[in-house]
Design a binder for this molecule. Structure first.
Ligand SMILES: [Fe+2]
Length: 314
């Protein structure tokens, strides 16, 4: 550990006698999934609840989701999607004119000033519990909201990840929308499933319960049935769907199937750009480019997504 202060508040958020914590993440604007999870948490004998980033984008109810989390005083970290939102604070930012960012631009417009102010204050990492087995939460990993923390990571990755963290801690990460646990020399990493946009083939809403035991925190995944069809119908009828274009439709397909559509689509769109002798690493698309790429995107053979499988990417 360097002499720098750790990138999280020094005081734990929850009291020392906290023994059961529910952590959800990646709600992605899906209000029905969030409400189903909050109802389930209320019946599980939980002491404290926290939400690990990516509250907005992908489904149609970003403003309602943020309002619910604010009203219930649920502590949240900042996900990569909340970071993308902040880039739009600059009205001249090029993403305002790029079709691939249309869903984020929509969410920026529908969130009110109080919600934006609250989202701006979200921290990168939170220390939830202290003591012999500290519990920390960060969207992907402390200081990096996009890093892939998965089964394919090698020894040096785990050493670098845990070196700045308190000894014996459990780090809860999210971001890949797939539940997973890993132990490393007395440390533990727990990856939450997605609340509102699962990508593991199971459309039910997901979250984890961590219970403090004699040997540390024990994580249990919970999957909660809810009215996915109603969320899909509301999504399809929304301004978000209309304004979000091709990318909003791909999110809708992800919600419908609990499979990854966005990543394989953009791999295909980049291939199309390369065929037109454009930049193969292009990250900005206009509406016509996305529509043309969608017409040639093979929607029957999109690859199965498993972030822990050899060779997985995205
Ligand atoms: Fe996410």
């Amino acid at each position: 550990m360097s002499t720098k202060d750790p990138p999280w508040p020094g005081e734990p958020l929850f009291p020392a006698n906290t023994s059961a914590v529910a952590i959800l993440s990646d709600v992605h604007g899906n209000i029905r999934a969030l409400d189903a999870i909050l109802d389930d948490i209320a019946e599980q004998g939980i002491d404290a609840v926290a939400c690990n980033g990516d509250l907005i984008t992908s489904s149609a109810h970003a403003s309602q989701v943020v309002a619910r989390l604010m009203a219930q005083g649920i502590p949240c970290t900042r996900g990569n999607h909340e970071r993308y939102l902040r880039e739009l604070d600059d009205p001249t930012h090029p993403k305002w004119g790029q079709a691939n960012w249309a869903p984020t631009c929509h969410d920026y417009r529908v969130l009110d000033a109080r919600q934006h102010a609250w989202l701006r204050r979200l921290p990168d990492t939170l220390l939830l519990c202290d003591g012999e087995y500290p519990l920390l939460m960060s969207h992907a990993a402390p200081g990096n909201d996009c890093v892939r923390v998965c089964a394919q990571n090698k020894e040096p990755f785990w050493r670098d990840l845990f070196a700045p963290l308190p000894r014996g801690c459990t780090l809860v990460g999210s971001h890949l929308h797939w539940f997973w646990r890993y132990s490393w020399h007395g440390y533990q990493f727990v990856r939450t499933p997605s609340a509102g946009l699962p990508l593991d083939g199971d459309t039910r809403a997901g979250y984890v319960i961590l219970r403090r035991g004699p040997e540390g925190w024990q994580a249990e995944q919970r999957r909660i049935p809810y009215d996915v069809e109603a969320e899909l119908a509301a999504f399809r009828a929304s301004d978000y769907y209309r304004e979000g274009g091709v990318v909003a439709h791909l999110f809708w397909e992800e919600l419908r199937t609990a499979r990854s559509w966005v990543l394989p689509f953009f791999a295909h769109a980049r291939k199309c750009a390369l065929e037109q002798a454009a930049d193969p690493n292009v990250t900005a698309f206009d509406r016509e480019q996305l529509q043309a790429a969608y017409r040639t995107f093979d929607r029957t053979r999109y690859p199965e997504y498993n972030p822990d499988a050899p060779g997985a990417s995205g």
